[in-house]
Design a protein around this ligand. Structure first.
Ligand code: CDP
Ligand code: MG
Length: 696
């Protein structure tokens, strides 16, 4: 009997071909596809263009490809697209590389802090807005870019706002350069001579600037850019039913939990997206859902929860984009990261407790804090919009309709509610001396700017006449960290404990290292005891990091593969009640900062067992955040006079030492300080005489 084999059949395509065809079709069906020619023409005609279109209309993935095809990358020029969020830069670059049928890092790449996936061949480059600001330090004219797209501009992150001011300046300078010939006019406060070649290149490529967003007040951007043209792309939005609660919900976490199960048991198929304020909330809700899901009747379908928040490693963030297996409902627990930056398919139900964690700043005291506040109307609308991407949906707002009316219309730009030290340091490093006179789209208050200048002088980054100091100010500007942390690293190299400080800075860059499930509180506490230092949280964090590193080292010795090492670390984390997501992130941040620090030639030494030396070093670095115990047991922050309490998560919560330095201020019902170390109050005047020395 003859044997048979399956021939090529149009009905039996290879998965690869199927995927390519699927992508082609998806691209063609996007709302933006029908206006490709018009958009490219508008970009040719206008140096600055504002593009507004619903999330999912194809702006972020398609426009750069249209411009590439339209010839904007001739002469090796690059199209840069900035994103306020790292996850958006990475996921979108991956998607576009796939659409271009190319490997990531070739024609299409991304670059974010601590992670670069570009090459000389990269022409479409996704990056964070903060990273483009850093690039401007090395190349003030951003000469390799023909087009810069500032995406998600409505989020008005502090980096976006600074970038807009900078790009406006770069545009003028490049336009002038092409008019004037060889010598550039005074751009950044100091004259720059361009080589003939650079000048010609600049001349043939004025900088095209595109401001893009889903929900933008186009007029205010247009006014800022001298009446720039705005184009609107019609998106596809299905109707979304908005439901409110009859009564106020005092515990929104519990209300979210109840609503998830109500939807699961009473509504038709479709995935759920719930907005929470941060990692801790997401993780505790994850556990609560897991517990309650076990009690579901056997015949009901399953629930699969998947978190997404910005400090989650990107490969884990990607899980949220996967489809749930048949018979399972996906529940995505997200921060406001999922409001606009990313498109999650399958979502039909949105739960919006109406809260968000935001930065707040008091320019008088100079203290920045994180607070949980109600969202703006614009945010609530964006959130509900997530339910109508693929079909009609429902949004459950966990507050009353009358509360919605009271929300502010749009979110206050971050630049008006954060510590400006970093912004000021970066602008200074760019050669922009007159910070108060800088053309911000929305000017931060004069008090806030002056306060930051004062802080930078105290940290030694600026001289008394407000110039970047040499070498400290320049070194600080090069480190991609908050100025206080940059300063801490520099100081610690003098104290010969850079190794410890590097660990502390990495561990402080991530949220919640300790994992305390409600049902195993006692076990978790006992595990933490093993790491605790009576000196405080910083040394406790160093102990955790070192124990984890030792575990990794051991599994390495056994010639283990990466996968086995990861398993060993996961097991170790589980046994020790350490949050493995946070720990991995900290390990990653550590290796990246170490690279920077080594490049700067700082000495990577350790203080060994001399923890008093390390505490002195912490005092020298964080002297601006010192607090003294008051007779009533509360603390007084010395720099601001604010009354603060030790956060219950601190190892010093019970001991209550006389004097501490801290790293974080959290405002809930009262002011809490987190991440503390006990210090000797006399060290303050000795180690920070510029601030604490009293005149005799
Ligand atoms: O920027 P905008 O919100 O207008 O849309 P986009 O990010 O360009 O996404 C357009 C479409 O591409 C989405 O609706 C998804 O179908 C698809 N996409 C995807 O599959 N994976 C991504 N990482 C990004 C987009
Ligand atoms: Mg987009």
């Amino acid at each position: 009997m003859p044997s048979f084999y399956a021939g090529a059949s149009p009905h039996k395509q290879q998965p690869y071909q199927r995927r390519r065809q699927e992508i082609r079709q998806q691209r063609k069906s996007l709302p933006i596809a029908s206006v490709e020619k018009r958009l490219v023409d508008e970009v040719r005609k206008n140096d600055t263009l504002i593009i507004v279109g619903e999330t999912g209309s194809g702006k972020t993935t398609q426009l750069p490809q249209f411009l590439y095809d339209g010839g904007f990358c001739q002469n090796g020029k690059v199209i840069g697209i900035t994103q306020p969020r790292r996850v958006a830069a990475v996921t979108v670059a991956k998607r576009v590389a796939e659409e271009c049928n190319d490997q990531l890092g070739k024609k299409v790449g991304y670059s974010i802090r601590f992670d670069d996936s570009t090459s000389n061949a990269t022409r479409i480059k996704y990056m964070t807005d903060g990273l483009l600001l850093r690039e401007a330090l090395l190349d003030p004219l951003l000469s390799k870019y023909s087009v810069i797209v500032v995406d998600e501009a409505h989020e008005r992150t502090v980096h976006t706002d600074v970038l807009l001011g900078l790009l406006k300046k770069v545009q003028h300078s490049r336009a002038n350069a092409s008019k004037n010939g060889k010598t550039l006019p005074d751009i950044w406060g100091h004259s720059q001579n361009l080589t003939q070649k650079a000048c010609q290149e600049t001349r043939c490529a004025p900088l095209k600037l595109i401001i893009m967003s889903a929900s933008l007040d186009a007029k205010c951007f247009s006014d800022y850019f001298g009446g720039a043209k705005a184009v609107h792309i019609q998106g596809r939005q299905h109707p979304v039913d908005i439901l409110y609660t009859y009564q106020p919900e005092p515990d929104y976490l519990d209300a979210t939990l109840v609503t998830i199960f109500q939807i699961h048991l009473e509504e038709g198929p479709g995935d759920i997206l719930a907005f929470l304020t941060g990692q801790e909330e997401i993780e505790s809700l994850e556990r609560l859902i897991y517990e309650r899901a076990r009690l579901l009747p056997p015949e009901s379908s399953k629930i699969w929860t998947t978190p997404i928040y910005s400090s989650l490693p990107s490969e884990q963030q990607m899980n949220a984009f996967k489809s749930a297996p048949a018979g399972t409902r996906k529940v995505v627990l997200a921060t406001n990261i999922a409001e606009t930056s990313v498109t999650i398919t399958g979502i039909k139900y949105v739960i919006d407790p109406g809260m968000v964690k935001a930065r707040a700043y008091n320019p008088v005291t100079g203290m920045e804090s994180l607070i949980i506040i109600p969202v703006s109307k614009a945010q609530a609308l964006q959130r509900s919009g997530r339910a109508g991407r693929e079909g009609p949906g429902k949004c459950f707002r966990l507050f009353q309709e009358s509360e919605f009316d009271k929300l502010v219309d749009s979110t206050i730009p971050e630049i008006k509610r954060c510590n400006l030290s970093n912004v000021v340091l970066q602008l200074k490093a760019l050669g922009i001396d007159d910070i108060i006179g800088f053309d911000f789209m929305e000017k931060p208050s004069r008090t806030a700017i002056l306060k930051s200048l004062e802080q930078l002088i105290l940290l030694g980054a600026l001289t008394d006449d407000y110039k970047l100091s040499d070498p400290v100010g320049h070194q600080m500007a090069r480190l991609p960290l908050d100025p206080m942390y940059s300063k801490a690293l520099i100081v610690s190299s003098e104290f010969k404990c850079l190794e410890e400080m590097l660990i502390v800075v990495s561990m402080l860059s991530v949220e919640s290292i300790f994992f305390c499930p409600r049902e195993k509180l006692e076990e978790a506490r006992a595990a933490r005891k093993g790491f605790e230092s009576s000196e405080g949280d910083h040394i406790t964090l160093v102990n955790v990091y070192r124990a984890a590193a030792e575990c990794l080292e051991k599994s390495k010795n056994a010639n283990a593969k990466e996968r086995t090492m990861e398993k060993a670390l996961n097991r170790w984390c589980k046994e020790n009640f350490i949050n493995n997501r946070s720990l991995k992130h900290a390990l990653d941040v550590h290796s990246q900062i170490q690279g920077h620090v080594q490049q700067m030639g700082l000495n990577l030494s350790s203080c060994g067992d001399d923890m008093a030396l390390f505490r002195r070093c912490l005092t020298a670095a964080f002297f601006l955040n010192a607090a003294m115990r008051q007779p009533d047991g509360s603390y007084r922050a010395l720099a601001t006079g604010q009354s603060v309490q030790i956060h219950p998560s601190s190892v010093l919560f019970r001991t209550k030492p006389d004097c501490v330095i801290f790293n974080e201020l959290v405002r809930t019902t009262q002011n809490y300080v987190k991440n503390l170390t006990r210090i000797d109050p006399l060290w303050l005047a000795e180690l920070a005489p510029q601030y604490y020395a009293t005149e005799d």
